[in-house]
Design a protein around this ligand. Structure first.
Ligand code: PLP
Length: 383
């Protein structure tokens, strides 16, 4: 009987627990997500040396300094630490959405509509308008214009926020498109929010600078705990008045923290070491992980595999169906090489090692051998 993905992954090795902060750690063989990246020893040292003042009283300088520096880095007036990407999106949207009836337009594949427990409807009393990109890759101005509700008709639910996600599924919405949508939103008095959980990847892929993207938006949420490896934390940026109100919303939902320095000390190291100190991620680790993702994709293709989506940052989408594999079977095969895998998406975060890629290569050989034997040739989305 085919085991579940959970069973297969529980059989895959985790590192012997010598020290939880060691590098490489348990994420080295885990392709499921970049949320899996673990904090390292320099983050631990930063935590040991942090300030321990109260951030609800705005007294913790490690936290307020980080907020100030991310605000500057992103070209916004102010920033606010939040506990997670979900909290960042929800606090930001709740701050924008003050007068129902109101709707939020987003990509149908987006995190806010699929993976935030329906927060926009319950916390902000807003309707979601989730649309498919007509080009199959990213939303365009035309898509947005077609679906945004701009009407004085009392039957309509006016669009108050356009919420974009970039990168989405590892793919890049080009800066020019973002600029056009932003100009349209401003003309129509619609707020722009960015789910920039992976904006660091976008910048490291040379798609534009951090402020070039973030200043197209009234608010943006940026995560420290995904590709950057911090244990906890995200941050939202915006105008001073926006952040002042967000602080109140954050408090309301229990996100005001006391000795927040233990979070922000690690987050600062995550940005400096892993995104890098240069404005485009120079000196960081993300560019290297993108190169490794391209290598993984090339390895799959050279063995006869097909990709389900283009590789533009750190995600590789294998068309496992075309290779004759279900998600469960792929996870099970991964476990034979002590790899953790979920579905056809491989997230090649910076903690993935060369050894993990070699193991993956052996698995690919087996999978594509099966394809040759069966003559499988299922559907393929191209790219
Ligand atoms: C694009 C995107 N936004 C937001 C989130 C939510 O982040 P968190 O898990 O920290 O709540 C995720 C999580 O993976 C994500 O992928």
């Amino acid at each position: 009987m085919t085991p579940s993905i959970e069973e297969a992954n529980s059989k895959a090795a985790t590192h012997k627990k010598v020290n939880a902060w060691q590098t490489p750690g348990p994420a080295a063989y885990d392709f499921r997500s970049d949320t899996i990246t673990t904090p390292n020893e320099s983050m631990l040292n930063a935590i040991i040396n942090t300030t321990l003042f109260d951030d609800v009283y705005l007294e913790d300088t490690t936290t307020t300094d980080l907020e100030k520096s991310i605000a500057e880095l992103s070209g916004h007036e102010a920033a606010l630490l939040v506990m997670s990407g979900t909290m960042g999106n929800q606090v930001a949207l709740r701050t924008h959405l003050t007068a129902p009836p109101q709707s939020v337009l987003c990509d149908v594949r987006g995190h806010i509509v699929n993976y935030e427990a329906g927060g926009v409807s319950s916390l902000s009393s807003a309707m979601m308008i989730a649309i498919s990109p007509s080009n199959g890759h990213h939303l365009t101005l035309e898509d947005v214009k077609k679906h945004a509700v701009i009407s004085d008709n009392v039957h309509a639910c006016p669009t108050r926020v356009i919420s974009l996600e970039n990168t989405l599924d590892g793919m890049i919405m080009p800066l020019d498109e973002v600029r056009e949508i932003s100009a349209f939103a401003r003309e129509n008095d619609i707020k722009m929010h960015l789910d920039g959980a992976r904006i660091w990847e976008l910048v490291a892929a040379d798609a534009g600078s951090l402020p070039e993207f973030t200043t197209c938006f009234d608010s943006a949420s940026l995560c420290f705990s995904k590709g950057l490896g911090a244990p906890i934390g995200s941050i939202i940026v915006g105008s001073k008045s926006f952040i002042d109100h967000s602080r109140r919303i954050r408090k309301m939902i229990g996100g005001g923290t006391r000795q927040a320095g233990i979070i922000t000390a690690a987050a600062r190291v995550a940005v400096q070491e892993n995104f890098g100190t240069g404005p485009r991620g120079e000196g960081g680790k993300l560019r290297g992980s993108h190169a490794r993702a391209r290598k993984v994709a090339e390895m799959w293709r050279s063995k006869g595999g097909k990709l389900a989506k283009p590789v533009e940052t750190n995600m590789v989408w294998l068309d496992i169906e075309d290779a004759g594999y279900s998600a469960e079977q792929f996870a099970e095969l991964g476990a034979t090489e002590d790899l953790k895998i979920i579905g056809g998406r491989l997230v090649v975060h910076y903690q993935i090692t060369e050894d993990a890629v070699e193991r993956l290569g052996r698995i690919m050989d087996k999978m594509l051998e099966k394809k040759k034997t069966n003559g499988t040739n299922g559907t393929n989305n191209g790219h």
